[in-house]
Design a protein around this ligand. Structure first.
Ligand code: ADP
Ligand code: MG
Length: 680
């Protein structure tokens, strides 16, 4: 297999110049080239006639160029047009934003084009996705690949290089599946698959190639997960929790409510892990307001009752403080010592906390990123809990657990992740899910209004505030800079506090505010002194004020679906009917789809699926750091069955095989970027 990692310079047809161009495309060696999949195919055995075209179909045409021209749209887009003819008719073809085409495509040429037929002003147009100028040298294949290109590379030269590599190097490519597995899952062999992804000779052979390669990627991704590499290695000295006091039972009896069925269930799963001599690595998922904090509190009570310390890390100062307050209440009559450490903790207090954590005097330490600083040490940390885990990297999680000797780790997220995605993105973690919300919650009524109707929204909200309820107004997200976010918040705050809501007390909170100022504002909002809280997105996660019953989200079209759902989760926590009003001028279809999805559903899992369908997994909560963006063929939306099979097969393979040098080499080269990230 090593021979596959030779540089391309030494391949026939690749000189230093082409080598450079290939490097720019991320192709460094033969292995990368084999995985350099076409973005489209020309199928000459499947040409259409212009007279037969109908809208919304994707077609291949072989045509003559009659004339060309270009123009600019009002928004500055460049459009290149060509009038094309075959023996049956004429059609206009358009290319977007490729002004250089004027030098390439000329009248009189014979070209192949593939693209989508669109009907505009009752005329058909072709939106070209790929083209090729025919120069008499027809290839031996009917179906030819179209690759993404750069520099001096062209389709013909790249195809030649590919054919050479397929012929001469592909035999060295390792087959990692046994015949039995291939048969069971209906997978073709790897050599055929790689050959046919480049030069499929039928739709059938393409589909088979795609299936095998998608499977290959998903399987390798699974196998890259930590758990397949530590399996069988017994972790000595790991935290084993065995209650020595009644702390846990006492706490449970004192709760002002009974746990939901799902809360009980996840606690059982967590406790089974904590009691066992293997390290817990568990992801607790539960929609906003599902009641994860109390689960965390009970798990920490168990850790403390077993003689260990526990730590809880939250992504923001506000959240850390809020957890601190909640836990102080839960543990009020006990001897448990709690402390909260954040970036804003004053120095003398900080010193005392560090000292008391080291000596073991503090039983439960809460905080923000401040917890992973070097100076923070524990006496015997047995349980680590990370709230809103998608805000933290894998590395930060590891840094906190390294402060104990193999402590159990529970990560919590309020962002529901579709199961298959969770199994891939967080494949290292066991899953516990709270589906059920505490009883008595009324679904939040959600509407989106154009910004021109914003006064209607403010008026509606005014009536509720007059009845003693409270409101959040969330400011537009201006992605470019925090400064602009802040400016937008201040402007809105002034408008609301001086005119629209002059009769009420309006508060303002934003990310870069000093910690004690934030505290003060949050406390005043919680106690009802502040009735309207204007905020940037700092309130996105976790804030719990039951009396708040309206949230107005300004410029809601700028927020992603998961973020909108998180924001909405700030209301609907008490007994009032709650409302979420999204003010939005949705210009794109995507934005409209998001806002409609919000109106239709209050279920985070449903919305997560919708979000995945709209956006794909590229940006999906923290997925970036997991290498999933490196999947070239597999789709986390379409290949759910393959994901399942890949997980099953990963479980069938022998640990010795998975950990063998050849597999290591293979995985390392398939997921280069994520390996780099992991090393950083
Ligand atoms: P999240 O899962 O979003 O972190 P929280 O833990 O903040 O949710 O809980 C939201 C609210 O629900 C809190 O005020 C909490 O006291 C309350 N709560 C939690 N569990 C229950 C339950 N079983 N019955 C009633 N209320 C509950
Ligand atoms: Mg929470």
């Amino acid at each position: 297999m090593e021979s596959l990692f030779r540089e391309l310079q030494y391949i026939k047809g690749v000189g230093p110049k082409r080598n450079q161009d290939l490097q720019k495309l991320g192709v460094q060696n033969i292995f990368d080239l084999l995985w350099y999949v076409p973005r489209a195919y020309f199928n000459r055995s499947n040409l259409s006639a212009i007279s037969d075209l109908s809208p919304d179909t994707t077609v291949n045409l072989q045509v003559r160029v009659l004339s060309t021209g270009h123009n600019r749209t009002g928004r500055g887009f460049h459009i290149f047009k060509a009038l094309l003819e075959d023996d049956t008719g004429i059609i206009t073809a358009v290319w977007f934003n490729q002004p250089f085409l004027a030098n390439i495509i000329k009248s009189g040429q014979e070209i192949l084009v593939t693209g989508k037929v669109d009907s505009r002003y009752r005329e058909l147009q072709l939106h070209v996705s790929a083209y090729e100028i025919l120069d008499g040298e027809l290839s031996e294949f009917n179906v030819v690949p179209v690759y993404p290109l750069s520099g001096s590379l062209n389709q013909k030269s790249l195809r030649k290089i590919m054919q050479f590599v397929l012929q001469n190097c592909l035999p060295d490519y390792p087959e990692i599946l046994t015949p039995a597995i291939k048969e069971k899952f209906g997978l073709t062999d790897i050599h055929t698959a790689i050959h046919n992804i480049h030069f499929p000779q039928s739709a059938e052979s393409y589909l088979q190639a795609r299936k095998r390669l998608a499977f290959e990627e998903l399987l390798l991704f699974q196998l890259s997960l930590e758990k397949y590499h530590t399996q069988g290695q017994l972790v000595e000295n790991c935290a084993v929790h065995q209650d020595k006091t009644d702390l846990y039972t006492e706490l449970q009896h004192k709760l002002p409510f009974t746990l939901t069925h799902d809360q009980e269930k996840v606690l059982q799963e967590i406790f089974a892990d904590m009691e066992s001599p293997r390290v817990m690595n568990r992801l607790l998922q539960g929609d906003v307001g599902a009641g994860k904090t109390v689960v965390a509190a009970l798990a920490m009570a168990k850790a403390v009752a077993s003689g260990y310390q526990a730590a809880l890390m939250a992504p923001t100062e506000i959240l850390a403080q809020q957890h601190y307050l909640a836990l102080q209440e839960y543990f009020a009559d006990s001897e448990v010592v709690l402390a909260c450490l954040t970036g804003g903790t004053p120095l003398p207090e900080r010193r005392m906390i560090l000292q008391a954590a080291r000596s073991g005097e503090i039983n439960i330490l809460l905080g923000t990123h401040a917890l992973i600083q070097e100076q923070v040490e524990f006496n015997n940390l047995g349980l680590v809990i990370i709230d809103e885990q998608h805000r933290f990297g894998v590395r930060q999680r590891a840094l906190l657990s390294q402060k104990g000797e193999n402590p159990d780790v529970l990560v919590m997220t309020a962002t529901p992740i579709p199961r298959t995605l969770a199994l891939t993105a967080y494949g290292d973690l066991d899953l516990s899910v709270i589906h059920e919300l505490p009883p008595g919650r009324k679904p939040v009524k959600t509407r989106y209004l154009p910004r021109s109707a914003r006064h209607q929204a403010y008026e509606f909200t005014r009536q509720l505030i007059k009845q003693g309820e409270q409101a959040y107004v969330v400011c537009p997200l201006v992605e470019e800079s925090e400064k602009q976010d802040l400016q937008a918040a201040i402007t809105l705050y002034e408008e609301l506090s001086h005119s629209i809501y002059a009769e009420f007390t309006v508060g303002l909170i934003y990310g870069r505010m000093k910690a004690d100022e934030k505290d003060l504002i949050m406390q005043r909002f919680k106690s009802g002194q502040v009735q309207v809280l204007v905020s940037t997105t700092v309130i996105e996660v976790g804030v719990d004020v039951a009396n708040a019953s309206v949230i107005i989200i300004e410029h809601a079209e700028r927020f992603g679906l998961s973020q909108l759902h998180q924001l909405r989760g700030r209301v609907g926590r008490g007994s009032h009917q709650s409302y979420c009003i999204m003010l939005a001028d949705a210009r794109t279809e995507e934005a409209k789809r998001r806002l409609k999805a919000m109106e239709k559903s209050n279920d985070g899992f449903e919305l997560a699926n919708e979000d995945l369908a709209i956006r794909g997994p590229g940006d999906f909560w923290g997925v970036r750091q997991h290498g999933l963006q490196e999947l070239k063929i597999a789709s986390l939306v379409k290949d759910i069955d393959l994901i399942r099979s890949s997980i099953e097969v990963a479980g069938l393979l022998e640990p010795e095989y998975i950990q063998s040098p050849i597999m290591n080499l293979y995985i390392k080269n398939k997921f280069k970027q994520s390996n780099e990230i992991a090393r950083n």
